[in-house]
Design a binder for this molecule. Structure first.
Ligand SMILES: Nc1ncnc2c1ncn2[C@@H]1O[C@H](COP(=O)(O)OP(=O)(O)OC[C@H]2O[C@@H]([n+]3cccc(C(=O)O)c3)[C@H](O)[C@@H]2O)[C@@H](O)[C@H]1O
Ligand SMILES: Nc1ncnc2c1ncn2[C@@H]1O[C@H](COP(=O)(O)OP(=O)(O)OP(=O)(O)O)[C@@H](O)[C@H]1O
Ligand SMILES: [Mg+2]
Length: 279
């Protein structure tokens, strides 16, 4: 398999994202600070570094929100990020989501691991928004371009954020940016995982390494090559390419506002009907 993404200019990208994030939070939203859920993974580490660069450590709030499925090394790595940023004491906290998850299961009954994982992600979302309200802040999202295109996130969970500063960067580019920013190497090298159940890895669930996923997405959406040419170019079966692009199609609803059924002024009280072929 060939990796075809050109590298980014990490210095310029970091500068651009930090400036734009500062403008978005301060000028556009009129807020003071940013709240980040820090997992010990590379996306949230990069976003925490960029938020501190944009707004200053005193205006950056980091929350580590482990569950029973979080390895203890991840909590250690999350704390390393917080230490590296030099956040003041009141600007970070470790809060276990397990008691909240347990009370959900007591009321709703036991859930399977996917359902429980999505509830876990939505519990984190609620906590982060509560903290944002408390600190006059926005919830800074950590989704990258690969996850957003694949729909590899929980709708209204880790997807329920206010702004997506690294949403224009593929996962492999986020790792490059992480190295430039000085994110600890163990975090940069760690295989991506939502950690929604023990042993879960992103590449295991997606069925392909991110180098391949990113190459397919790049050749399709930036070079507009047809599926067969992408397969040839990367030296993989066309079925692999089709499967990745199918994930993009099926997750369109996660990248849009919910469909609104508009009712126009002239429809109210008139006998005009939508043409049959619209349905
Ligand atoms: N066509 C459509 N139009 C409008 N809405 C539609 C829809 N199809 C489904 N839906 C709605 O979407 C829901 C399904 O979406 P969702 O609840 O997200 O659930 P789903 O996509 O099934 O699962 C989330 C996936 O993201 C992964 N994940 C989650 C969290 C974090 C990370 C990470 O990388 O850190 C990864 C997780 O491992 C899993 O593979 C349905 O329950 C339904 O309500
Ligand atoms: N234990 C956790 N504590 C705090 N936030 C979390 C935790 N688990 C997930 N999150 C939030 O959900 C986001 C989505 O998880 P995801 O696994 O995609 O990102 P990551 O762990 O930062 O990087 P990677 O995708 O490489 O694992 C995280 O970036 C983080 O903001
Ligand atoms: Mg992760």
């Amino acid at each position: 398999m060939r990796y075809v993404l050109p590298p980014i200019n990490a210095e310029r990208v970091a500068e651009y994202i930090a400036r734009r994030l500062r403008w978005y939070v301060r000028e556009y939203a009129g807020k003071r600070a940013g709240v980040v859920g820090v997992s010990g993974g590379v996306d949230s580490a990069v976003v925490a570094f960029l938020t501190a660069r944009a707004l200053g450590p005193e205006n950056t709030y980091c929350y580590v929100l482990p569950s029973f499925a979080t390895p203890k090394e991840d909590v250690e790595d999350a704390l390393r990020v917080i230490e590296a940023l030099g956040l003041p004491d009141g600007n970070w906290e470790v809060i276990s989501v397990d008691p909240i998850l347990k009370s959900f299961e007591e009321v709703l009954g036991e859930m399977d691991r996917v359902a429980r994982g999505n509830v876990m992600a939505r519990i984190r979302m609620i906590i982060l928004h509560e903290k944002a309200y408390a600190h006059n802040a926005l919830v800074i999202g950590t989704g990258d371009k690969s996850e957003l295109l694949l729909g590899y996130f929980t709708k209204y969970g880790d997807g329920g954020v206010d702004v997506l500063p690294i949403g224009g960067l593929y996962k492999t580019h986020v790792r490059q940016l992480a190295r430039y920013l000085g994110v600890p190497e163990r975090i940069v090298e760690k295989p991506s995982s939502p950690r929604l159940w023990p042993g879960q890895t992103a590449e295991g669930e997606l069925g392909a390494p991110y180098e391949l996923v990113d190459s397919v997405l790049y050749l399709r959406f930036e070079k507009w090559l047809p599926e067969e040419r992408i397969a040839e170019e990367l030296g993989v079966e066309v079925g692999v390419v089709k499967r990745i692009l199918e994930m993009v199609k099926r997750s369109q609803h996660k990248r849009m506002m919910p469909e609104v059924f508009h009712v126009g002024q002239r429809d109210l009280g008139s006998d005009w009907r939508y043409p049959r072929q619209w349905f």
